[in-house]
Design a protein around this ligand. Structure first.
Ligand code: BGC
Length: 784
């Protein structure tokens, strides 16, 4: 993997671009994206950049185009339609003309350029000095926010100062929903292009009050409406000319009489709305009054609210580290993007690329449950709830999908989707990943353990767990050739460099845990909540006999293991394959998926990402330390980490095994995966699973947090070069602060009833709030 770094400073609260490099424009459009869980705006310049119009993107979470997937050769049950995240009119777009000459950073001369993503304020700021070919110099300062308190609103403050000239200046402000074309690529991680015919223009208005454009996505039925207006502070324009530019685009052209040294301040307020059903429709009048009310409040008001919202976020969710500012910057950047990308409204989740790019077409994967969910669960459980609600809202679609695959009972979640339909066009690394059902159930169990919130389990959790558990009895069987053990054939585990195998260890072990949990829930409801139990079992036609079958299958689950080497086998045939010839694979052939046909890869022992190693973490209690060590030592050398989901799991396991150097090495990659563009594809969007992995590495890796049999454990250690670190977690109605220092770990109960925890081999009873309880032992790890 080629490393592609730029200097982004090492301010722990700011990501800084201090010079203009056109070759970094697309990458930085991702890094400097802003979002609020509903809208995601890429960090493109207000004036755009010549030749880079395709880098713009203003995404709406949960809103998608739907288009038929074209297969050269199709087969029964293949996914029929792709859903692609919709991009709407750019809310920040402006242009400047000086005496008729259009300003563009690629023309003239850039005298200075500085951008900052302000992680503490939730703003993007930009300061630049630019000179025309004729030597006229302009200073531009902009600040932008995607409001965290009003999910429809984007505000851009734009200040222009002519430094050495006076004359005519034209600032045009646009709302342009013209569909952009995505780049064509063989890389499956890049999203596909838009069919412009899919957009039906509805309204396009430009008058003295503002601009409004709306369209319907014909294929999916969504309506998108954007409205915008500008306000000048101080110096006012000589005139403002509204203009409609075709069916998708409208503009205001402001003519100004510019004076050297005099600053022109324009604030652009823009709103984005979307709905699918008529009853959600918002009238144009309502949108216009919303816009007016926003203008009256002003940029300062929203900037202050943004700061308060960020303060609240960091208050609960920050991880502070001392000793390595670049790691601290990476860590905060990752948590910031997770917060910006997570859907808060019904029907929304968090996409693999967040709301920062069109990679993977904006799809939601298992990344949400296994990699991202824990961060929200332990810091802001109310946000984690929405992810469970989201899966519940897909249950009917998942039932339909199960029937398509001849699964007569229960539900099968799509491998990738936005609105619920299976969108994976390549089933070997898509639909065959049946483990998605167990991953969802796993996250529900974690939620239940960590929050004790019975209500959500009664309302939606149990139904999801049971319906998805039904899958296993349908696709698995008792195999007489395997001592009548319960076997599951023709599946793909997390490792996408091995496909369509029998008895993938991860899948079988997770299915076993799923079936056990489903049965526990059944008995818990039966005893403790008989009313709801009756209602649910009747609705789902679930019997005690079926639950007994679940338990039986779990007990008799086949878990491939090699007695000779003492390792858990990734699948039945894994040891029969030759090892990939790593020694003779040049560096530029990675990631393998871009250089070898899948069959070449599938024939070999080579892993794209943690698979059995992931089971060692998720199902930690099932393994002894020695078993973990043998498995890790076997799988780690044959893992390419071509997926960004891999390094974090290896860091966590390395920590547990005392491989301090490896734990630190993998963590460094994870924490700065996107900032340093380790996988060379951050231009298509950030890697949210890896960002969630950052939190996992710190809290469950270095601090070793686990809940074992209902008991909270920590096993803190310190990564090399980090002197202290601190974080907070919410657990079972308490908030706890954990602070790891060279002389031990300090725990404080910030709220909630007393708690007993185990730190290393010490038991601590936290009775008094806001009081230090110190565990003196710190795990000493051996370098590997
Ligand atoms: C990984 C999957 C992941 C997807 C989206 C792929 O490269 O192999 O496990 O779900 O990316 O992040």
């Amino acid at each position: 993997m080629q490393k592609h770094t730029q200097n982004l400073g090492n301010n722990p609260w700011r990501v800084t671009e201090s010079s203009f490099r056109p070759e970094h424009y697309s990458l930085n459009a991702t890094l400097f994206a802003l979002g609020n869980g509903y809208i995601g705006l890429r960090g493109t310049f207000e004036e755009g950049l010549e030749g880079a119009a395709d880098q713009h993107g203003c995404y709406l979470n949960g809103v998608y185009f739907s288009e038929p997937i074209t297969y050269g050769e199709s087969a029964y049950g293949y996914a029929k339609n792709n859903q692609r995240i919709a991009s709407t009119a750019l809310p920040h777009q402006l242009s400047i003309k000086l005496n008729g000459e259009l300003m563009d950073m690629k023309r003239g001369k850039v005298l200075g350029h500085h951008r900052e993503l302000q992680l503490d304020n939730g703003l993007l700021s930009r300061d630049l000095r630019w000179q025309t070919e004729g030597g006229q110099t302009l200073k531009i300062e902009s600040r932008r926010l995607v409001s965290l308190t009003d999910r429809h609103l984007i505000v851009t403050e734009y200040r222009v100062t002519p430094e050495n000239f006076s004359g005519r200046l034209e600032i045009s402000s646009y709302l342009d929903a013209t569909p952009a074309q995505a780049e064509a690529s063989d890389d499956p991680r890049v999203g596909s292009g838009i069919n412009p015919d899919d957009l039906k223009p509805l309204e396009c208005q430009a008058d003295e009050h503002g601009l409004l454009v709306s369209q319907r996505l014909r294929s999916s039925g969504f309506t998108l409406v954007s409205a915008a207006t500008d306000r000048f502070h101080g110096k006012q324009p000589l005139s403002t000319q509204p203009e409609r530019l075709g069916s998708y685009s409208a503009a205001h052209h402001h003519q100004l009489d510019a004076k050297a040294g005099e600053t022109i301040t324009l604030t652009k307020y823009a709103l984005c709305y979307s709905w699918l059903h008529e009853n959600e429709e918002v009238s144009t009048q309502k949108i216009q009054s919303h816009l007016l009310a926003s203008c009256q409040k002003g940029f300062g008001h929203y900037a202050q609210q943004q700061r308060q919202a960020m303060d609240r976020f960091w208050q609960d969710s920050d991880i502070e580290i001392e000793g390595d500012p670049e790691l601290q910057q990476g860590l905060r950047f990752n948590l910031f993007h997770l917060f910006q990308s997570l859907g808060r409204t019904p029907g929304t989740n968090i996409a693999a690329k967040g709301l920062t790019g069109h990679g993977y077409d904006g799809h939601y994967f298992w990344d949400s449950e296994i990699y991202i969910f824990p961060f929200f669960l332990y810091t802001q459980p109310e946000l984690a709830r929405n992810l469970i609600q989201f899966r519940y809202s897909l249950l009917d679609a998942a039932r339909d999908r199960a029937r398509e695959l001849a699964i007569s009972k229960g539900a099968l979640f799509p491998w990738r989707t936005i609105g619920g339909e299976e969108c994976s066009a390549y089933y070997p690394a898509g639909t065959a990943q049946f483990h998605i059902n167990a991953d969802v159930a796993y996250s529900i169990k974690q939620y239940h353990l960590a929050t004790g919130d019975n209500q959500l389990i009664l309302d939606v959790g149990a139904e999801v767990v049971w319906e998805t558990a039904r899958l296993w009895l349908q696709i698995g069987h008792y195999n007489p050739h395997r001592d009548n053990r319960f076997c599951i054939n023709e599946v793909t585990g997390p490792d996408e460099y091995t496909a369509l195998v029998n008895n993938n260890y991860f899948t079988n072990a997770m299915a076993q845990a799923h079936l056990r949990y489903a049965s526990e829930l059944y008995h818990w409801l039966q005893c403790d909540h008989p009313g709801r139990f009756e209602e649910l079992v009747q609705n789902l036609n679930l019997s005690e006999a079926e639950v007994n079958e679940w338990r039986e299958a779990a007990e008799r689950m086949f878990l491939p293991y090699d007695d000779e080497s003492g390792i858990h086998l990734q699948d039945d045939s894994f040891l029969d394959k030759p090892r990939w010839d790593f020694a003779n694979t040049p560096k530029d052939k990675y990631p393998l998926l871009l250089h070898y046909h899948p069959l070449t890869i599938y024939r070999h022992q080579v892993c794209k990402q943690a698979d059995t190693v992931l089971a060692l973490f998720l199902l930690s209690e099932n393994f002894s330390l020695e078993e973990k060590r043998r498995d890790y030592d076997f799988y780690e050398p044959i893992t390419t980490h071509d997926s960004t989901l891999s390094a974090c799991m290896h860091s966590i396991l390395a920590n547990e095994l005392g491989y301090a150097d490896k734990a630190r090495h993998y963590f460094s990659q994870v924490a700065r995966m996107d900032l340093d563009n380790h996988h060379n594809n951050t231009q298509h969007g950030v890697h949210t699973a890896c960002m969630g992995g950052t939190w996992l590495c710190m809290v469950q890796g270095f601090a070793g947090m686990r809940i074992h049999k209902g008991q909270l454990h920590f096993a803190p250690t310190r990564p090399e070069g980090i002197t202290h670190y601190r974080f907070k977690v919410r657990i079972q109605g308490r908030q706890l602060s954990v602070s790891v220092a060279p002389n031990g770990t300090r725990y404080q109960l910030l709220s909630g009833p007393p708690l007993t925890l185990i730190s290393g081999d010490q038991e601590l009873r936290l009775e008094q709030p806001n009081t230090d309880y110190t565990a003196t032992t710190l795990r000493e790890d051996n370098a590997s």
